[in-house]
Ligand binder design. Sequence first.
Ligand SMILES: Nc1ncnc2c1ncn2[C@@H]1O[C@H](COP(=O)(O)OP(=O)(O)OP(=O)(O)O)[C@@H](O)[C@H]1O
Ligand SMILES: [Mg+2]
Length: 488
Amino acid sequence: MAFTLRGDDAVQELQPSPIPEPYWVGFSSSAAKLVNIPLNDNGYPQDESWLAVLAGNSLVTQSSQFSQPIATVYSGHQFGVWAGQLGDGRAILLGEVADQELQLKGAGKTRYSRMGDGRAVLRSSIREFLCSEAMYALGIPTSRALSVVGSDLPVLRETKETAAVCARLAPSFMRVGHFEHFAATQNIVRLKELADQLIDQHYPDCRSTQDPYLELFLKICERNARLVAQWQGVGFCHGVLNSDNISVLGLTIDYGPFGFLDYFQIDHICNHSDQGGRYAYHRQPQIMHWNMACLASAFIPLIELNHPQEESQELLTKALSQFPVVYGQAWQKLFRQKLGLVTEQADDIQLIERLLQAMHDSKVDFTTLFRGLAEINTEAPITEISMRNDFIDRDSMDQWFGDYIARLKSESSLDSKRKLNMNRVNPKYVLRNHLAQVAIEKAQEKDFSELAKLLQILESPFDEQAQYEEYASPPPPNLSAIEVSCSS
Ligand SMILES: Nc1ncnc2c1ncn2[C@@H]1O[C@H](COP(=O)(O)OP(=O)(O)OP(=O)(O)O)[C@@H](O)[C@H]1O
Ligand SMILES: [Mg+2]
């Protein structure tokens, strides 16, 4: 069941605004499977009425009808500051298909658009589309993207661009900001309805516990702690970790100025508009924790339904303190796996941190380095490890490789088996900015073939795809500094 709240204080019922002469830009057959849309041989819906629906031009397909689309209200903290009321200013929830909410981003103005035009540009819609599907293939919880539909409708940003609509899917698009909204407006009836809906639809196990709302809070924190650990593990920087962009299902949502690390820089800032580096790579865990603190504040009235005031705050504070614990465990587990370590030893963390420090100092490519570790032959001399040439301080790196090989030998697993396991957690292909950029520039010329090809490559990020070797490489120096901002 989709978002069930109705009424002016929670949603606006409205139709998407049509775009002129829509055309397919990209379509994910993998996401289509999730919602059982039959496809033709070209991988597009057999039922051609889907194009108009996913453009926001119609509500009717041959087999379904979306009877009452809505935009929802939420509030939130943006860059650490309370921003007051926000809401779906350009995303319209059409309804539900096969237990997934179907939402059109860029589908026109809503009551919550403030100064915005309700639109999204082709460039940012392609980035959201590709990254949603890439993250899914990496095994990272995320909203999915079904399609991008384009139009020649002009949209003004820094320059004149054209409009596009990205159709997204998720079991729920509910955010921390939804809770913050009803807490800030002291609308406790709504706050409770929201929490009850979330429990009934997505966290049913909480219902049978002594304290369902506290349990719900703990579960949301746990999911988001694990989520950030997974981001760190693939070098993903979200870019705008405002509380209105944090899912209460622990999904990655709102792909704006995100970026995957090319060379490893611990304090990398992917969003050009984030001048203070609030959302830099190394700050993501701490920022997610901060967002969970925002959620905790919003949960106070819910906990107070069953506990005195002071006790409620203590309970939430204690629950919140679990975040770094869960995050730390998830991070350590993941990075052990990335190094191919099966057992746990006390010095492992130091070994991982020494590697990351050396990668940072020498600006070593994150994805290719971790992928390359699987190739190490523990019986061969260190001088045969080609990656050692990527590091400035070769002597200290030789020391590291020596320690690493000794550590691997302390486990009895075969090199071949270790390689297989490592290649399941260290992707070969990630959505590097320069790759997305090529697909975008071609799409802007109405050539969508590169987009389709890139999607296909990113759908199997852990596989060797010999014919696409160049898509695994770091960007050439002239393309390494593409700037991405909040403009979308
Ligand atoms: N072009 C626009 N028109 C109307 N509202 C907008 C526009 N761009 C952003 N907003 C609104 O501004 C707020 C913050 O924007 P943000 O960039 O976080 O979200 P978004 O990218 O629009 O959407 P989402 O979080 O749903 O992926 C949201 O309330 C969003 O709906
Ligand atoms: Mg957003």
